[in-house]
Write a protein that binds this ligand. Structure first.
Ligand code: NAD
Ligand code: MG
Length: 415
């Protein structure tokens, strides 16, 4: 079963978990390449442990330093730098499987490169699919690439579909579960005082800061709806979202006979990672066994779009399709970064995304160059909106996107 693995974003939360599962199952994969943006100390330690042929960082001076340190430690790992190097390595013949675990739009070019080269892709970087869903899936279909989802909800759906023929009409609906994040019950009027550390303190999952904020706003679920729409080729009207605070049921598939298949497990990303790494076999993940007696209660509730305006915006965008999901993703990345660096309030994230969406007309997208242009344009507009929002007095009312009837209907999977 051994495969040569190239881990894009190995120093992140997903990267850590992938390497943990590989270390437990050395027969499953050989680490061919590891990459980091700037954390070269951690990448150095990972290289010492896994001895990859290749390591890639973003900045030339980091590459020089890392190369010297690895040579001094007696390793002949080749160190490269830059986005081009990531793309070249992701499609090279010396790797079989690419783990897409870079956060944000920066993950799209190398993941696409792997898709075009027909690689097996373990996909965590949902932003790649949100930015370019149709084009990305077309590229993968044309080359014969296999995409195995690492996102826990999508991995759960993949397991519950179990090869079912979606086109046959047997699959009626998908139900994506969401924890509701740390602010599910926090008084609405205090949300504008939320700090980045509070937003990143997720009740069930330990994740990178960007996805943690996305979980707190529930933009993460919006991005995941778009991800599911493309990954499973199912219309958004047939994807429902349910808040499930315990994060034990990772998602569900409803069949035409009203059988509902769910995948359950402790909230530990090593479970979907182990599944995708070994698929179609099974390996140990290292996760705690699920103790349902201890969990005792599983609850479900409909999300409140007034509390989670980012989810309402994503639902509007799914209806519009085309370029708007690229705009949504870029505007959200800019807004989350501005929040994490204390430039805007938590409640301004939805305000910024909404304004950017309103300023850019919807259009069909026919090429990846267009996707990248729209991404850059949206970031410029997003930065300008952030500048203006920063200067607003803090007493100004927070904008909340309308929870339109259309969005509410989509939320319920068209029911
Ligand atoms: P993280 O912030 O912990 O790690 C991100 C990784 O990407 C790091 O290795 C970092 O060095 C690298 N990186 C960041 N910017 C880069 C750039 N410009 N160029 C090259 N590399 C860059 O993030 P994470 O939580 O591991 O999430 C990674 C991806 O997986 C995201 O798309 C996220 O939505 C998705 N995801 C994460 C989880 C989770 O539990 N953490 C669950 C589901 C999906
Ligand atoms: Mg998820």
């Amino acid at each position: 079963m051994s495969q040569r693995l190239f881990v894009l974003g190995s120093t992140g939360s997903i990267g850590d978990n992938v390497l943990d599962v590989v270390a437990r199952n050395p027969q499953t994969a050989v680490i061919h390449g590891l990459t980091a943006h700037r954390n070269i100390g951690k990448l150095y330690r990972q290289c010492l442990k896994f001895r990859p042929a290749l390591a890639i960082v973003s900045e030339p001076h980091h590459a020089i330093e890392l190369q010297a340190n690895l040579q001094a430690a007696g390793l002949n790992t080749e160190v490269q730098c830059g986005a081009q190097a990531l793309c070249a390595a992701a499609c090279a013949a010396d790797c079989d499987t690419v783990v897409a675990a870079i956060v944000g739009a920066a993950g799209l070019p190398p993941t696409l490169s792997a898709a075009r080269a027909g690689k097996k892709i373990l996909l965590a970087n949902k932003e790649a699919l949100v930015m370019s869903g149709t084009l990305f899936m077309e590229a993968a279909a044309n080359s014969g690439a296999t995409i195995l989802p690492l996102d826990s909800e999508h991995n759960a759906i993949f397991q519950c579909l179990h090869g079912a023929q979606r086109a046959s009409g047997d699959v009626q609906r998908l139900i994506l579960t969401a924890s509701g994040g740390p602010f599910r019950n926090r008084p609405l009027q205090t949300l504008d005082q939320v700090t980045p550390d509070e937003a990143c303190a997720h009740p069930n999952w330990s994740m990178g800061r960007k996805i943690s904020v996305d979980s707190a706003t529930m933009m993460n679920k919006g991005l995941e709806l778009i991800e599911a729409r493309w990954l499973f080729d199912i219309p958004a009207e047939r994807i429902e979202t349910l808040i499930h605070p315990q994060s034990i049921v990772h998602s569900m598939v409803v069949y035409r006979d009203q059988s509902v298949l769910a995948q359950l497990g402790s909230p530990d990303m090593r479970i979907p990672i182990a599944h995708a790494l070994a698929y179609p076999q099974r390996i140990d993940s290292g996760a705690e066994p699920l103790d349902l007696v201890k969990v005792a209660t599983l609850t479900f509730e409909a999300p409140d779009l007034a509390r989670f305006p980012c989810l309402a915006l994503a639902l509007e965008v799914i209806r519009e399709g085309g370029a708007m999901s690229t705009v949504l993703n870029a505007a959200n990345e800019v807004a989350v970064e501005a929040f994490l660096t204390h430039r805007i309030r938590f409640t301004d994230i939805a305000r910024v995304v909404d304004e950017v969406l309103q300023k850019i007309p919807g259009a069909a997208v026919t090429s990846f160059d267009e996707v990248m242009d729209i991404d850059q344009h949206s970031r410029r507009i997003g930065s300008a909106v952030v500048q203006r929002v920063c200067r607003m007095p803090h007493s100004s009312p927070s904008l909340y996107a309308a929870s339109s009837a259309a969005a509410v209907s989509l939320l319920q999977g068209g029911r």
